[in-house]
Design a protein around this ligand. Structure first.
Ligand SMILES: CCCCCCCCCCCCC/C=C/C(=O)SCCNC(=O)CCNC(=O)[C@H](O)C(C)(C)COP(=O)(O)OP(=O)(O)OC[C@H]1O[C@@H](n2cnc3c(N)ncnc32)[C@H](O)[C@@H]1OP(=O)(O)O
Length: 292
């Protein structure tokens, strides 16, 4: 159902599914997707690397979200691949999170479609049967951080500019309950309460200390470290690891699934408020001014 909706979005966006599908195939050679998601499969190792390529900052536009969802679904259904590394094709920025322009100046139907896609990506990541490792090679605020928190393991490049965290309150918006739950499941309740209220963005050493990431390594070792982590995890029998993952995470995803439509309605009414639209516009303006 969600995949059908996602395909509808892609087709409206003019994305050729044939090309995209080929990119996520089982071929062992390097291939790239048509648009915003590059996939480098290593069939022999059973691992694929997904590289975000949505310039300038890998923000989660509806089209990018849709491509990611379809790509993950294809890998999930292809038993060749047991592990996936998520990383950015543009070192410096992992992902700037949700695309602010998708949440600003649009109509309620658009907000609803957008939020459903955000939910879908999280659901796909959080309870994926595959081993997901985030190789965080750049800044990763808000939705970018959520993507990495949804993986099984996070490796962050040691660069003080590469901050990670759920900074929603700094934008005048509120992280929804399933963002909160993902964070609480990772770093615990007290640390989450502080991080969420203050919208904290953690530089690498602090991110490691609070548990937002599992390892901090020199920038040029992020991918190789992710690869060696995934290799260790691959040694565990899939059925035992998958059932354990499900046991740890399914209650969290079920909580969203049972109130998915209400969550969409909450988002639409929240984001449509004049005060929230103003806050987002001011934030976009601030990002622009930072440059000049
Ligand atoms: C009663 C309770 C009710 C509760 C109900 C809850 C309902 C739910 C509420 C809503 C929840 C929403 C959850 C939101 C999650 C998010 O992810 S929001 C997005 C947060 N993201 C950020 O804050 C990141 C902002 N960007 C940056 O900090 C920086 O851009 C960067 C990523 C660190 C990169 O810096 P730099 O390399 O210097 O690039 P810039 O020059 O800043 O940016 C380049 C251009 O990119 C544009 N841009 C940046 N980020 C975004 C973005 N997220 N979306 C869209 N566009 C972005 C930036 O404006 C620049 O554009 P140009 O000026 O046109 O070049």
């Amino acid at each position: 159902m969600a995949l059908v909706a996602a395909r509808g979005t892609l087709l409206r966006a003019g994305v050729r599914l044939g090309t995209e599908a080929a990119a996520c195939g089982r071929n062992g050679t390097r291939r790239s997707a048509s648009h915003r998601v590059l996939v480098e499969p290593d069939a022999a190792a059973g691992i694929a690397t997904i590289k975000f390529k949505n310039p300038p900052v890998n923000s989660l536009t509806l089209e990018f979200l849709t491509e990611l969802i379809i790509c993950l679904e294809k890998l999930e259904n292809d038993k060749t691949f047991r592990g996936v590394i998520l990383t950015s094709n543009s070192p410096g920025i992992f992902s700037a999170g949700l695309d602010l322009r998708e949440m600003c100046g649009k109509n309620p139907a658009h907000y609803a479609e957008y939020w459903r896609a955000v939910q879908e990506l999280w659901l796909k990541l959080y309870v994926s049967n595959m081993i997901l490792v985030a190789a965080i090679n750049g800044a990763s605020p808000a939705g970018g951080c959520l993507m990495s928190l949804s993986c099984d393991y996070r490796v962050l490049a040691d660069n003080p500019r590469y901050k990670v965290g759920l900074n929603e309150t700094l934008l005048g918006i509120v992280a929804p309950f399933w963002f909160r739950d993902t964070l609480v499941n990772t770093i615990g309740h007290r640390a989450s309460e502080r991080a969420l209220q203050l919208g904290l963005l953690f530089p690498p050493a602090e991110a490691l200390q609070v548990g937002m990431v599992d390892q901090v390594v020199p920038e040029d070792q992020v991918h190789s470290t992710a690869l060696s982590v995934i290799t260790q995890w691959l040694a565990i029998p899939d059925h035992a690891r998958q059932l354990t993952k499900s046991m740890m995470r399914k209650a969290t995803t079920d909580n969203l699934i049972k109130q998915r439509e209400a969550d969409i309605q909450n988002f639409v009414s929240f984001i449509s408020r004049d005060s929230i639209q103003k806050s987002l516009q001011m934030y976009i303006e601030k990002l622009k001014q930072k440059k000049s």
